[in-house]
Ligand binder design. Sequence first.
Ligand code: MG
Length: 384
Amino acid sequence: MRKKRVAVLGATGSVGINTLRVIERFPDRFEVAALTAYNNISVLQKQARRFKPDYLAFSREHFSCLKEKFGRNVDFFDVETGLAELVARRDIDIVVIAMSGAAALAPFLRAAQAGKIIAPSNKEALVMAGDIIMAEASKAGARVIPVDSEQSAIFQCLDGRKDLADLKSIHLTASGGALCNVPLAKQDKLSMRQILAHPRWRMGAKITVDSATLMNKGFEVIEAMRLFDLTADQVDVLVHPEAVIHSMVEFNDGACLAQLGVTDMRLPIQYALTYPDRLPTGLRHLDLAELKTLTFKKPDTRTFPALALAYHVAKKGGIFPAVLNAADEVAVEAFLQGKITFTSIYKVVEKVVMNFKTVKMPSLRNIQQADQESRLKAKGYLKG
Ligand code: MG
C-alpha cells in the first residue's frame, strides 16, 4: 500500500498535535507532507525536525530563520495567503484542517475542488460557507470525513452512507460546558478560570468559551446541516454531561444508532485518517459497567440564549451563519482580554445578527463581505 501523504493545517494546536500522534503510530500508512502554523514557531520547528515534511507554512517574516534550519529540502508557503495553493498540490492525499477560524475557508474550499480527502476539525469554514464547500466537494469527488467529535459520531453511525431518505433526525450531544448548572443571572460572577475549565475536553480558549455559552453547539448544529444535508428541524441538541455518547442518529422507524467512546480526539482523528478501516488506537476503552449511569436533558435556552440564537440563524441561512461566527469571534476575543463580561458575549453577537440585512443566494464574496462587516460592527458595539 502506498503511503498516504498528509497535510496538517494548524499543526501546533491541540487537534494538530493529536493528529501527529496518530500519524506516528502508523508509519507504514502515513507520511507528513506539510505542516502549517500561525505563531508557534518553536513547536513547528520541533515537529518539522521529527516528521521531515516537504512543505512548511508560516508567516513570511520568519522564512529566513526557517530556511536556515531546514535548508533546501523544504518549500515554504505564506500561511496568510499560500494555504489554498499548498493543499491543492498533487502530492498531497489527505488535508487535516485543524486550524481554527475563518482563515480555513480558502484552503478548505480549494481542497474540496482538488478532490482531496478532507478531515476538518475546523467548523468556521463549514458554518460560513458549508453549502458551497460541500457542493464543490461532491463535484470533484472529494471526501469530507469530519474530525469534530459529534460530527464524527454522526458520520460513524451513518457509516459513510449518503442516501439518507430514511434518516429522521440527528441528536448532537453536549456535555453542557463549564456552566452546565449555572443560571444566566449568576454566570457573570464566575472567574475566567472557572469558565475555561471544561469538564470533559481540553481544547483552545476560544472553543472552550463557546462551549460554556453553548454557541459551540449552535455552530455544530449548522455544521451538521451542511455536512449531512439536513434542515435545522432535523438537528436536535441533547445535554449529556458524561460525554460518553458523542452523538446519535434516528431513523424513520424510530431506531437510534449512537457512537460511544472515551473523550479523546485521537479516536475521531484516526477514524478520519484510516476510514473505512478501524485500527487499535492504544487508548483505553470504555467501561460502561464502571460508568453505571448516563444522563440526558433538554438544553435550557434561557440559561443558554446563544443556542436559541444559533437555531434562529440556522433557519435563516444565507450570510447569517457567517455573521454569527464573525461576531462571536470578536466578542469572545474581547471577553478573553477582559474587556467585556461573559454574558455580554451573547449581547454583542445578538445585536450584530439582528441588525444585519439579508442577502439572497449569497456568493462566496457576499459571505466574505458579511464576515468583514460583522467584525467591524461587533467592534463598534464593543466601543459603544
Ligand atoms: Mg465538538
